[in-house]
Design a binder for this molecule. Sequence first.
Ligand SMILES: Nc1ncnc2c1ncn2[C@@H]1O[C@H](COP(=O)(O)OP(=O)(O)OP(=O)(O)O)[C@@H](O)[C@H]1O
Ligand SMILES: [Mg+2]
Length: 281
Amino acid sequence: MSDVTQIPHRNIEKSDSTLNRMTPPALEVSGISKSFSHRRRETEVLHKVSLQVEPQEFVSIVGPSGCGKSTLFHIIGGLESPDAGTISMNGKIVTGQRGKISYMPQQPALFPWRTIEDNVLLASEITGEIRDQAREEARHWLAKVGLTGFERSYPHMLSGGMQQRAAFLRALLAPQELMLLDEPFSALDALTRSEMQRWLLELWEENRRSVLFITHNIEEALLLSNRIYVFSGRPGSILHTIDIPFPRPRREEITDSPEFIRLKRQLSQWMREEQAKRALT
Ligand SMILES: Nc1ncnc2c1ncn2[C@@H]1O[C@H](COP(=O)(O)OP(=O)(O)OP(=O)(O)O)[C@@H](O)[C@H]1O
Ligand SMILES: [Mg+2]
C-alpha cells in the first residue's frame, strides 16, 4: 500500500500554502452558528465558528463528542443551513449549495443496491466520465486498499472497516478539489489504521488537495495536518488553533521526536480539560 500513484484528472502544482497568500482560501467558514430544537428546547450546537483551509492544505478538527463537528460538515456541504455565518470556497460565497465538495460522512453510507466497485465509481458516473477508464481506475485503487476480490460484492457483505475503506475511495476519486473526511479511519483496527494514515499521507503529499479532516485521534491529526483546530464542548467553538511545524514529506518517525511528544501532551491536556468541563455541567 505504500507506493503512490497520481490521481488522474488533477494537475495541481505542489507549493507551500504560505506562497499562496494571493489565492483565496479553498474554504472559509465565517461566524457559523447553529441550534437545533428538540421538544421545544433549543440547543446551540455551534457558536461563531470561523476557520480556513488554504489551497492544498491539510487541516484537522479535534474536539469532544457532540460538539458539532459533523454538523459543521453538513453545513459546509449544504445539507444543513446555518443560523448565522457564511461558507465560501475559492473566494465565492456558497452557503447552502451542494455538490461543491467531496465528502466522506462519518457513517460510510454506501448504497446497498450497488456493488463495491459501482459505489466507488459513483463520483465519476455523476461527472459523466468514460466508463471503462473509470472502472479500471476504481479497480486499481480498490487493490491499493486491499479490496481486490470484493469489487462485485455488496456493502452488507463487507466488514465495517472494509466499507469505510470503500467510502474513503469514493471520496478520493470524486473530482471536487476540497475533501471533507469525517473520522475516515475510526472503524479500522490499529494496524490497518496506521497503514491507511501512511498511505493517505504519501498520497496527499504527492498529489495535494485541500482537506478538512475530523478525528478523535490526536496522533493522527499531528502526523497529517498543517494546522489543527481544537473545538470546545457543545456549543462547539474554536478554543485553540495550532500550526504543525514538521517539514514534509513526513514519515511516521516524527512521532518519536520531542516536539511531537510535546504537542501531543498539550493537545491531550486541552482535550482532557474540555471533557472535565463537560463532566461538571
Ligand atoms: N438533525 C439534527 N437534529 C437535531 N439535533 C441534531 C441534528 N444533528 C445533530 N444534532 C445534535 O447536535 C449535536 C452535535 O452533533 P454532531 O454529530 O455534529 O457532533 P460531533 O462533534 O460530530 O460528535 P462525534 O464526535 O460524536 O461524531 C448533538 O447533540 C446532536 O444530537
Ligand atoms: Mg461526528
